[in-house]
Design a protein around this ligand. Structure first.
Ligand SMILES: [Zn+2]
Length: 159
């Protein structure tokens, strides 16, 4: 296993302790997502040895937001998810995540990814947004339907 490759750890890596070896790195906010004792302990053990904590820069975050908007994943990505992706983009690393929205944006942008669970998406998912009241479809999520004003809008696969 190469050790000079950046491995960006999402919360699943701390929960399952399953991830490739390399230059381990995560974002500061991940600590708040760890709720069970083992994963908190694992995080602090790694931090003492070989885990870097890095905040991605705003430019990479904005780039990721733009790309996630194109795939239709923006709406379901948390701020932690966006930062994980931004950091992976910046460091040209491999992102470790079980989150399908993260995986989808990674796939779309050419960021390498692996899962903790073994469940990885194999093809890009393109999402569109449909108003449940009038069935109007948009590429991007709006807070309310441009046609009928309903706020009941849901995400569907476009193909
Ligand atoms: Zn509508």
């Amino acid at each position: 296993m190469q050790t000079d490759v950046w491995i960006i750890l999402d919360s699943c890596a701390f929960l399952t302790q399953k991830h490739p070896n390399g230059r381990l790195v995560t974002i500061p906010e991940i600590e708040k997502e760890l709720i069970n004792k083992q994963s908190i302990q694992y995080h602090s053990n790694l931090k003492e040895h070989n885990l870097d904590i890095i905040e991605p820069n705003k430019t990479s975050e904005e780039w990721i937001v733009g790309k996630a908007n194109e795939t239709g994943d923006l709406d379901v990505l948390s701020s932690v998810d966006k930062k994980i992706l931004a950091l992976a983009y910046e460091l040209k690393g491999i992102v470790v995540s079980d989150d399908f929205a993260i995986q989808n944006v990674a796939l779309y942008t050419g960021i390498k990814f692996v899962s903790c669970s073994g469940n990885e998406i194999e093809e890009l998912r393109k999402w569109i947004f449909k108003c449940s009241a009038c069935n109007h479809i948009e590429d991007n999520k709006n807070n309310e339907c441009r046609i009928c004003g309903s706020t009941d809008i849901f995400r569907i696969k476009s193909r």
